[in-house]
Ligand binder design. Structure first.
Ligand code: TYD
Length: 207
């Protein structure tokens, strides 16, 4: 049966690398896996990227609503998550609504951000959430080392990431009875961390 997995974590935790390795692992077990990400490549996601870079200004409330809008587009049965799942794929999303709850939730109202997602029938609940954890100082060190020439986005500093990290904990504590959430220590070699993801996959999804 197709499954919907989300990988979350602060910027710099190595999500993108680990998602690629997890997709290969799932494929090696004879299942079809597809990676997808938020913000999306749709017009909503492109506008969000311009806001994150600081080029376009908006309010945290408007940004939270834009992320919901982008997520609804991301879910569609035409070419989104619903389509991939109905094609029999295991879908792995690089970020999902937990990021809105953590990044925008602490600057707006967390209950409002949650309510608008959970009352929307066009936003699917994942089967498994893998949350990569790492100290914010180390995340910023990695972001700078990996892209020294590229612009740093609005949240990519120790102060913001510390607040967001605490907010992720609040969010997952609130959701622990309604969602399958696994904390993964992302401080280790690529191989060590990917083994932790494989173990979680086997425990909750593997067949
Ligand atoms: P990220 O996964 O870090 O993309 P990339 O590595 O390509 O830059 O996501 C971009 C940023 O978007 C990141 O700082 C987190 C932020 N974000 C939110 O603030 N709210 C959300 O709902 C999502 C999906 C992302």
């Amino acid at each position: 049966m197709s499954k919907f997995i989300v990988v979350e974590g602060l910027d710099g935790t190595g999500k993108t690398t680990q998602i690629k390795i997890l997709a290969e692992y799932i494929k090696s077990k004879g299942r079809d896996a597809e990676i997808t990400a938020e913000p999306t490549a749709h017009p909503t996601g492109r506008l969000i990227r311009r806001i994150l870079s600081g080029e376009v200004k908006t309010t945290p409330w408007s940004l939270a609503a834009l992320f919901l809008s982008d997520r609804i587009v991301h879910n569609t049965a035409e070419d989104g998550i619903e389509k991939m799942l109905s094609d029999g794929k295991t879908v792995i999303s690089d970020r999902y609504y937990y990021s809105t709850f953590a990044y925008q939730g602490h600057e707006t109202d967390l209950n409002w951000a949650m309510d608008m997602h959970f009352s929307c029938p066009e936003v699917r609940k994942p089967d498994l959430v893998l949350f990569l954890t790492m100290a914010p100082e180390k995340c910023v060190e990695r972001i700078r080392a990996n892209r020294p020439d590229e612009a740093i986005e609005i949240y990519e500093n120790v102060e913001s990431l510390t607040k967001i990290s605490r907010q992720f904990d609040t969010v997952f504590e609130k959701l622990k009875d309604r969602e399958n959430i696994v904390y993964i220590d992302a401080d280790g070699t690529v191989e060590e961390v990917s083994q932790r993801l494989f173990d979680a996959y086997e425990k909750y999804i593997g067949e």
